[in-house]
Design a protein around this ligand. Structure first.
Ligand code: COA
Length: 352
């Protein structure tokens, strides 16, 4: 059975740097509050009308493809994880295929909507496709453009200051080498608190429906409001909302749990980890996880200070930075872990 190795990796972040001080100009917040609570100093925002999740993903993908030493025509399958797609539909997978100029149609494109754990879910799917022998080269990307959908008024500050834009990509390739690539992946979900970290609209939960009319078809005036969801404008349900403390409490439990699950499955202990790359949600969460697992500073990679939370893109961006800095080397045991909206969470162990 082939193993799935990361043969190439790349990331892209927009040039535009937005500091905490920039946010202080539009909302009641402070550099001190943001740093203390989250560790974030600055984040990147994409250029409106020029960059989208797909264009950023394409930049990251080109690097991953080149570093893998393949050509784009070698790609068998695209997996695109994002919560901020270019369109409501179709998904970004096909848009990325087009953006990369891949014209062959013997290729599949799958979109993943698992928010902060989207990359790990995508990695797990890719691993299964490779191990089953169905595909040899899979392009997996996480890309987000949060800046187009945040509430920049003081009302939205608890969420908006945390998020940034960017993309990360990996080229996952079949290899016959033993003890190489993805060793194990673990996925979890619990929908009990689905709305506690969510963007509710647009969605089919509300809106105007012909069946709303007891007698016949809606009037012309009513048809004019067909896209105005119940309470959407008043409640601002088109902005993300989060019960930060609930998310924090769940995250600090689930991160160590799911990492230990991966270690136990493969017979390793925390001391065997060469590099832990946690989803970059909050520096305090990552530090808590580090302390729980008793890992030294040089075995945990964090970059939330520079980019904020880039959701599905955060793990591949951090992993790529760590690799470029020589902190992830051939033969290393790399652990990835994420927790986020859904709630969903997961982990992966990779022999680099
Ligand atoms: N600037 C200044 N003040 C802010 C603020 C901001 N950007 N956002 C919220 N506040 C205020 C609140 O209004 C509140 O004021 P009050 O005490 O007068 O009511 C106070 O700060 C504390 O708010 P609270 O929400 O209790 O803060 P917190 O300590 O829980 O920190 C988070 C908030 C979001 C940083 C924290 O809960 C967290 O990191 N949660 C996990 C987030 C996460 O990981 N999300 C992504 C999951 S993938």
């Amino acid at each position: 059975m082939p193993n799935a190795k990361i043969a190439g990796i790349g990331f892209y972040v927009p040039d535009q740097v937005i500091t905490n001080f920039d946010l202080m100009k539009v909302m009641d917040t402070s550099d001190e509050w943001i740093r203390e609570r989250s560790g974030i100093v600055e984040r990147r925002y994409a250029k409106k009308h020029e960059e989208t999740p797909t264009t950023m993903a394409a930049e990251a993908s080109k690097k991953a493809i080149e570093r893998a030493g393949i050509i784009k025509e070698d790609i068998d399958f695209i997996i695109f994880a994002t919560l901020s797609p270019d369109y409501y539909f179709p998904g970004c997978g096909v848009l990325l295929q087009r953006e990369l100029g891949i014209t062959k149609t013997e290729i599949g494109a799958l979109d993943i909507r698992n928010q902060c754990s989207g990359f790990i879910y995508g990695l797990s799917v890719a691993d299964q496709f490779i191990k089953s022998g169905m595909y040899k080269n899979i392009l997996l990307v996480g890309s987000e453009m949060h800046s187009m959908g945040l509430d920049f008024s003081t009302r939205g500050r608890a969420v908006s200051v945390l998020f940034g834009d960017g993309a990360g990509a990996v080229l996952i390739q079949a290899t016959e080498e033993d003890n190489k690539g993805v060793l194990t992946t673990h996925l979890h979900s619990d929908g009990t608190n689905a709305e506690e970290l969510a963007m509710i609209s647009p969605g089919s939960h509300g809106g105007y429906h012909l069946q709303d009319e007891e007698f016949g078809f809606p009037s012309k005036e009513e048809l004019g409001e067909v896209f105005v969801y119940d309470g959407l404008l008043d409640n601002k349900t088109y902005y993300p909302r989060m019960d930060g403390q609930l998310v924090f409490k769940k995250a600090v439990t689930k991160f160590p749990e799911v990492i230990m699950e991966a270690l136990q499955k493969t017979g390793y202990t925390p001391a065997d980890i060469d590099m832990l790359v946690p989803h970059q949600a909050n520096l305090r969460i990552a530090q808590f996880v580090q302390k729980t697992l008793k890992l030294p500073d040089d075995k945990v990679y964090n970059n939330i200070m520079k980019y904020g939370n880039t959701t599905a893109a955060s793990i591949p961006i951090a992993l790529c930075e760590a690799w470029e800095a020589g902190k992830v080397k051939e033969g290393d045991l790399v652990c990835l872990a994420a927790f986020g909206s859904g709630f969903t969470w997961g982990s992966a162990l990779i022999r680099w």
